[in-house]
Design a protein. Structure first.
Length: 125
């Protein structure tokens, strides 16, 4: 699966969730931040991780981390209007991941690039 990842520059920690949302609101006209959707998104990640074999290295650590950040996760959508928008789940101490075709190579790609600049993050493909 292809995705774009926005992460802090080497040697710098990820921004707190509230700071990411504030900086996105400073940059874009439309920002929808939904804590319930973020917690549901992480719940889906937990459910998917549980389906992996227990012999998979790092599975228990991944589950523990997801459970520890679930309560603070926020799903955010942003743009200059309602179309196009970019969306991702913001979690503490984590990069931001984008994977829709519009974000990868379509009309929402410039939004992801602007978000990287606004956050001071590095865009990695």
């Amino acid at each position: 699966m292809a995705f774009i990842r926005l992460c802090p520059p080497e040697g710098r920690d990820a921004l707190p969730v509230a700071d990411v949302i504030r900086l996105l609101r400073d940059e874009f006209e439309f920002v929808d931040a939904d804590a319930d959707a973020g917690q549901d998104h992480v719940g889906g990640m937990i459910a998917a991780t549980l389906r992996f074999s227990d012999s998979l290295p790092g599975k228990q650590e991944r589950l523990a981390w997801l459970q520890s950040v679930q309560g603070a996760a926020v799903y955010v959508s942003f743009g200059d209007d309602f179309d196009p928008v970019a969306s991702c789940c913001i979690m503490p101490d984590s990069a931001l991941f984008f994977d829709s075709p519009d974000e990868l190579r379509g009309p929402a790609r410039p939004l992801v690039e602007r978000a990287a600049l606004a956050l001071g993050y590095v865009l990695e493909e």
